[in-house]
Design a protein around this ligand. Structure first.
Ligand code: FE2
Length: 392
């Protein structure tokens, strides 16, 4: 049988063909290869069946790999296997009849349920959307979730020119007994646009001695790959890397892949999309590199969309369908641009957290009408008004 290999030249050259160091895929009829620009290399195997996914896992186990984690979301299957040198992520997507195999050097892997030890101190789990100041920018978002032991999950943080880092710190200490040092157990940076990460950089400069940050979570494209978007914001990329270097060595760095599950105290985070999904595709919009997480905290499922746009949502809809169901959604990309609104149809949320200024109300009128009128969303929480805290 003739095998075809499609090599996408729009991406950087692989620093090393890591796939030569792992066992051959068991049903390699046709594949395409990609370097993700973040240290991972990927092969997408076409014309596959579910049994090919399982057969390959058995091959890896026979070669000495150990299963670190397995997950299933909406009929898609995911597994991470490790051998102490390489991590291999295997993903099966029935709607595309594809198996994707990602290989990367040994990395910090998701916290497994068995390692997730914590003490329930009786804090009520909550999600807070922090008010954003939009007088000189029309975007930005900042969220903090408190877990049952009092620690926090932060999502982005917003801009920095209106004291957002102070605002975030003051929020954290307001939720704790006086004098207690806040612990950020998981800080998700959805993507490297300034309205999402500038606060993070300011926070890294001024608050690292006042807060314990256990883990940073991001999956950004490389500088060269980002450059291909032609965005003037490319300078932000290196600033994030510089900010990350200010954190102590004890701060873990997680690079999530689609299908990964993180158990963080009494919260569970499942990664439904990340920039890996753009492999082989044109890199024309950094918003589509947003990491999308579904969080389960207490009785509430929250979909954190970041600025996920058309390519991300056009993947999520056929991949997950009604498995996207969530109580609460953070509206993707502030309600602007081209995310496919059908993604909300499949989520059927009761509430929407909406990071958008009042003066863009006209821009988002159509989506508001769709959510409330067609989908029956009960409450829209707008971030330009005040902080909103939802019990979980
Ligand atoms: Fe944004």
């Amino acid at each position: 049988m003739i095998k075809f290999e499609f090599i996408h030249t729009d991406h950087e050259k692989e620093p090393e063909n890591l796939h030569e160091r792992i066992p051959a895929f068991t049903n390699d009829v046709t594949h395409s290869r990609h370097y993700l620009g973040n240290g991972s290399t990927e092969r997408t195997y076409w014309c596959c069946h579910e049994e090919d996914f399982y057969a390959y896992i058995e091959v890896l186990i026979a070669a000495g790999y150990e299963v670190w984690q397995e997950n299933s979301i909406g009929g898609n299957r995911f597994a991470t296997l490790v051998n102490g040198e390489l991590d291999v992520h295997v993903e099966w997507y029935p709607f595309m009849s594809q198996v994707k195999v990602l290989v990367e050097p040994q990395s910090t892997l998701p916290v497994r349920e068995s390692e997730n030890s914590y003490t329930d101190r009786g804090f009520k789990p909550t999600v807070t959307q922090l008010r954003s100041e939009y007088s000189d920018v029309d975007c930005g978002m900042s969220y903090a979730c408190q877990l049952c032991d009092g620690s926090f999950v932060v999502i982005d943080g917003g801009m920095s020119n209106h004291g957002e880092a102070d605002q975030l710190y003051n929020h954290l200490i307001s939720k704790l007994p006086e004098g207690e040092k806040p612990v950020i157990a998981f800080w998700i940076l959805t993507h490297h646009h300034p309205d999402h990460v500038n606060c993070f950089k300011d926070f890294a400069d001024r608050y690292l001695d006042k807060v314990d940050v256990e883990a940073l979570v991001y999956n950004n494209p490389s500088y060269d790959k980002s450059k291909r978007t032609g965005e003037y914001l490319i300078g932000e990329y290196t600033l994030i890397e510089q900010a990350v270097e200010k954190f102590p060595e004890s701060t873990k760095i997680y690079m999530p892949h689609t299908g990964d599950v993180y158990h963080i105290r009494n919260a569970v985070f499942e990664c439904l999309w990340c920039q890996d999904g753009l492999a082989g595709d044109s890199m024309d919009n950094t918003n589509n590199t947003s990491v999308v997480f579904r969080m389960t905290l207490g009785k509430r499922k929250v979909m954190w969309m970041g600025d996920a746009s058309r390519k991300a949502t056009r993947f999520m809809i056929p991949a997950y369908g009604f498995e996207l169901a969530a109580d609460t959604v953070q509206i993707a990309h502030h309600g602007y641009g081209d995310p496919d609104w059908a993604v909300y149809y499949y989520m059927r949320p009761k509430e929407a957290l909406w990071p958008v200024p009042e003066y863009r109300t006209a821009t988002i009128e159509g989506l508001s009408a769709y959510l409330v009128g067609k989908l029956g969303v009960k409450t829209l929480y707008f971030s330009h008004t005040r902080d909103y805290t939802l019990d979980c």
